[in-house]
Design a protein around this ligand. Structure first.
Ligand code: HEC
Length: 185
């Protein structure tokens, strides 16, 4: 340590002109080098998952495992309710509901409040509002204009049902189509 000063004073206070400690300099240099690698890995090449994407990937992995498990068992009210609590499954169902072209939103509106197809946000259901009723409606279709979606497979219909249960049913969107069918018990 030398006792040289920087040559200025403030209110009589002077500043020593010391060398920065090596440990400090090296952690600074290493941080600079690390930041270049970090930037290239995450932002230039995109080979790494940033926290949000990593979280989503993890959720999708859990969802895939759960789905594989459920595919072995029959579809029930309980199994559908369980799926409706899985963020990854509901997110996949939402994608299907909102897909471009003739998807659910095309006839039921993006918020599910009804257009040519009935309001899915109220307590009234023509074909029943229980999880299994909704699943059956989606798989088999209904006579007055609801197309069947069996061709997309059971898991697909389960995901869409999970989305309807989690994010559409009972949201009571204002200004939706008037109730049709029977009130839920
Ligand atoms: C081409 C238009 C159309 C599309 C696309 C469509 N629906 Fe429908 N949906 C209808 C119509 C019309 C009805 C009423 C059928 C009837 O009364 O027989 C209906 C009925 C329903 C019902 C029963 C409502 C009740 O009151 O019981 C549900 C649930 C439903 N649709 C969900 C969906 C979902 C989920 C999708 C996407 C996978 C979808 N619909 C796609 C037109 C459509």
């Amino acid at each position: 340590m030398s006792l040289a000063t920087r040559g200025h004073t403030f209110d009589g206070i002077e500043e020593f002109d010391n060398r920065l400690p090596n440990w400090w300099l090296w952690s600074f240099y290493l941080a600079c080098i690390f930041s270049v690698g970090y930037w290239i890995h995450f932002h230039t090449l995109g080979t790494g998952h940033l926290p949000q994407a990593a979280f989503l990937a993890e959720q999708q992995e859990i969802a895939a495992r759960l789905e594989a498990e459920l595919a072995k068992n029959p579809v029930t009210d309980e199994s559908l309710l369980k799926l409706s609590k899985e963020g990854g499954v509901v997110a996949e169902g939402e994608k299907a509901f909102m897909a471009e072209g003739v998807s659910c939103k095309f006839c039921h509106k993006p918020d599910g409040s009804g257009l040519t197809g009935p309001n899915l946000t109220d307590k009234f259901w023509v074909y029943g509002g229980k999880p299994l009723d909704i699943y059956t409606t989606i798989m088999e279709g209904r006579p007055n204009g609801m197309p069947p979606w069996k061709q997309n497979g059971s898991m697909w219909a389960q995901r869409v049902t999970a989305y309807v249960l989690a994010k559409v049913k009972h949201t009571n969107v204002a200004g939706g189509l008037p109730p049709q069918g029977k009130e839920e018990q």
